[in-house]
Design a protein around this ligand. Sequence first.
Ligand code: FES
Length: 359
Amino acid sequence: MTLVGSKQVRVGTIDELKSRGCIVVSGDGHAIAVFHHDRGAFAVDNRCPHMGFPLEKGTVRDGILTCHWHHARFDLCSGGTFDPFADDVAAFNVTVSEGVVWVDPSPTPKDRVEHWHSRLKVGLEDNNRLIIAKSVLGLDSVGCEYTAALKAGTNFGMIYSNEGWGQAMSILTCAGNLLPDLDEGDRLLAMYQGLRHVATECAGKAPRFVVDPLPAGETRPEIFNKWFRSFVEVRNEDGAERCLRSAIDVGLSQSDISDMLFAAITDHIYLDSGHTLDFANKAFELLDHIGWDHAGPVLSSLVHGIVTARRSEELSSWRSPIDISSLVWKARKALPSALEEGQTRKVTWDKEDDLSDVI
Ligand code: FES
């Protein structure tokens, strides 16, 4: 092997290449497979980007290189794949001079950040765990913050499930919450777990079409609050979502928006066994990570769940043989005065251990 200048790697004569079909050379840290095809020479990284099978052992037909392990196919000229599970393979420039073939071992430069973002999107769309795992590692290797993967998973999860926020988005948020307490390897694993749950939950679902905010008009928090609760009360999803989107769009504060949501969620008893409340909490935690500018799509994804949730007072188990719901309403009515009264009897309470024993 001879180097010309700083870069070019000698492959062999064109006749040698023609008779052998493929010659592997190394340069710049790459093993490069140089193929002869249709009177031309083409070079790609010898490592299949799917799982590393040597591409020199593949087959070239009609300009398409097929890897023999899982049959990923690549355009020999550009390295682009026809099978997104595999990713594009790096292609290298080849020149033929005086009957000798040379390859430039520096691959065509590409934006690595953009590349791993687009691979993560493919992984989420295909619900392909290998691509998701590689993309999490890839984004980390190019110095992206953990929020990059979190935002990508959020954007995907907000669009590709017509049921809106579900268990997977809560898992992704939990992964984000755990990151500060995990060591590096576990951080990547946690992010992968969150993302792969999002991909699985969205797989096969229809996309969600988001509702636009109202034209500029109402800005009073108490009116939005009233509207939202009344739409939820009658299970009117479009009205509730448009109201919430508008309230966010006109710039109501985070606490006004959370009042709206949590008031509507607690207007009835124990929605969906508490999941609705838990999901709303998680959505706000997610926004703490990725920023309030994502509030529109993130919070409106809760609306479907809030509107369609099972209200526990509708269940016979809450009504019979004892009407638990009426006891709850009674207790709730008594709560403000009990709290007020409690203010005057404030003491330090240190019976946590006794309570946990009882529980
Ligand atoms: S390793 Fe090449 S297709 Fe799987």
